[in-house]
Ligand binder design. Structure first.
Ligand SMILES: NC(=O)c1ccc[n+]([C@@H]2O[C@H](COP(=O)([O-])OP(=O)(O)OC[C@H]3O[C@@H](n4cnc5c(N)ncnc54)[C@H](O)[C@@H]3O)[C@@H](O)[C@H]2O)c1
Ligand SMILES: [Zn+2]
Ligand SMILES: [Zn+2]
Length: 384
């Protein structure tokens, strides 16, 4: 079938809405009609190149070519067609995307760490994770890649069954889309990876679609102080609405205030969720944590960056730990439905996360708003 999709042909280029041809699903695959797609900062990283592996590493990584690529990995939609052997969904089912597949059988899936599923290793490679061949082509016949093997910036795409999770059909699909990346990643960074406890002092650095949910998660876990740091005033106001107790425009400003609030003990947990994580930001990031403190690195750093400013003496002598996380270290198959159930019961805010909805044709307007800091989260509504 033919449909429209937002692609990029190389770094530092705007999104281009163009026609793509989507083939029918083969074994273990489904075609999804995407309804909504969240505008996460991770898609911006393929535009800036921060998440594009260097070309000299492509051969070793099994990447034939990275571009052109359909963007979008936060999404929700309706199953249009299923391939042979698909058993977890049927046409008409509503689904959440899962930017990490969960095969259910690998070492990681079978030990409750679906966020590390071995099938995720194919995310950067061309072709389907099922058999390596391509189902998507541009009008001139060129194969087109899918970001995170999802491509939710397309009206339709063909994805592996392991990357869709059935959700209840009465849930609003734009709310479902947000849970599939930003909400789960931020909330899980606080409640799971940082393991925020009642009474903790928590600092969240960077209040976008991810950080705001770390604020929401820390509050829900019972933190005493939830300190939100962002240079944009609108983000600081939003953080207060989602459970922050204090806000600051920079880590420099937050540092003495956190010392005072905690009677010199500093934060128990620091969660790093800025748009881009530059190595030098870790100096203050780690200083904000006190003795025995945990610093969770959720934000994406430029892919080739290998240096980071961390006082290793203090890391050892203050018994601190720095932890990475993908998808808030949650299990998509268990936790996406769990978060949606919390939304249904009024415990988790989702509708309030959306600042603006965009038609696909206006994708560049939406990403400019993300760069300008005027959106907490923008959402593309297909057919809207
Ligand atoms: N680990 C994962 O699994 C995962 C999943 C999704 C997104 N991410 C990453 O998380 C990060 C945040 O994504 P997002 O969609 O929320 O981005 P966003 O652009 O919506 O928000 C980032 C926020 O950080 C703020 N910021 C920038 N520099 C700052 C600084 N020095 N101090 C404090 N605040 C600062 C910006 O003002 C903005 O409000 C991105 O790097 C994204 O790629 C990681
Ligand atoms: Zn994302
Ligand atoms: Zn697996």
């Amino acid at each position: 079938m033919k449909c429209r999709a937002a692609i990029v042909r190389g770094t530092d280029q705007p999104w281009e809405v163009t026609e793509v041809e989507v083939d029918p699903p083969k074994a273990g695959e489904v075609v999804v009609r995407w309804a909504a797609a969240g505008m996460c900062h991770s898609d911006e990283h393929i535009v800036t190149g921060d998440m594009v592996p260097p070309e000299e590493a492509w051969e070793m990584m099994g990447i034939e070519s990275f571009f052109p690529i359909i963007g979008g990995h936060e999404g929700s939609g309706v199953i249009e067609q299923v391939g042979a052997g698909v058993s977890s969904v049927a046409p008409g089912d509503h689904v959440s995307a899962s930017f990490i597949p969960s095969c259910g059988r690998c070492r990681y899936c079978s030990t409750g760490r679906q966020n590390l599923c071995d099938a995720g290793a194919g995310a950067f490679q061309k072709g389907m994770i099922t058999d390596g061949t391509s189902r998507h082509r541009l009008a001139d016949g060129t194969d087109v890649n899918l970001f995170a093997k999802l491509g939710t910036f397309a009206e339709y795409s063909c994805v592996a069954e392991s990357q869709v999770i059935k959700v209840e059909p009465d849930l609003p699909l734009d709310a479902v889309a947000l849970v599939s990346c930003g909400v789960a990643t931020g909330w899980g960074s606080a409640t799971n990876r940082a393991a925020v406890q009642a009474g903790d002092t928590v600092v969240v650095v960077g209040i976008g679609g991810i950080g705001i949910n770390a604020v929401q998660g820390a509050k829900m876990a019972g933190a005493k102080h939830v300190i939100a740091v962002d240079p944009v005033e609108f983000k600081r106001e939003k953080a207060m609405e989602f459970g922050a107790t204090h806000t600051f425009a920079s880590m420099e400003e937050a540092l003495p205030a956190v010392a005072e609030l905690s009677w010199g003990q500093m934060a128990d947990k620091v969660i790093m969720t800025p748009g881009v994580l530059h190595g030098e930001m870790m100096a203050l990031g780690t200083q904000l944590a006190g003795k025995g403190g945990t610093i969770v690195v959720t934000a994406i750093a430029p892919i080739t960056q290998t240096e980071s400013s961390v006082n290793l003496f203090e890391l050892a002598m203050w018994n601190k730990e720095i932890k990475g996380t993908i998808f808030g270290s949650l299990n998509p198959r268990a936790d996406i439905p769990k978060l949606l159930a919390m939304y249904r019961d009024g415990q988790l805010k989702l509708d309030e996360l959306i600042t603006e909805r965009y038609a696909l044709a206006d994708i560049n307007v939406g990403y400019q708003a993300m760069r300008d800091g005027t959106n907490l989260r923008g959402v593309i509504v297909h057919g809207g």
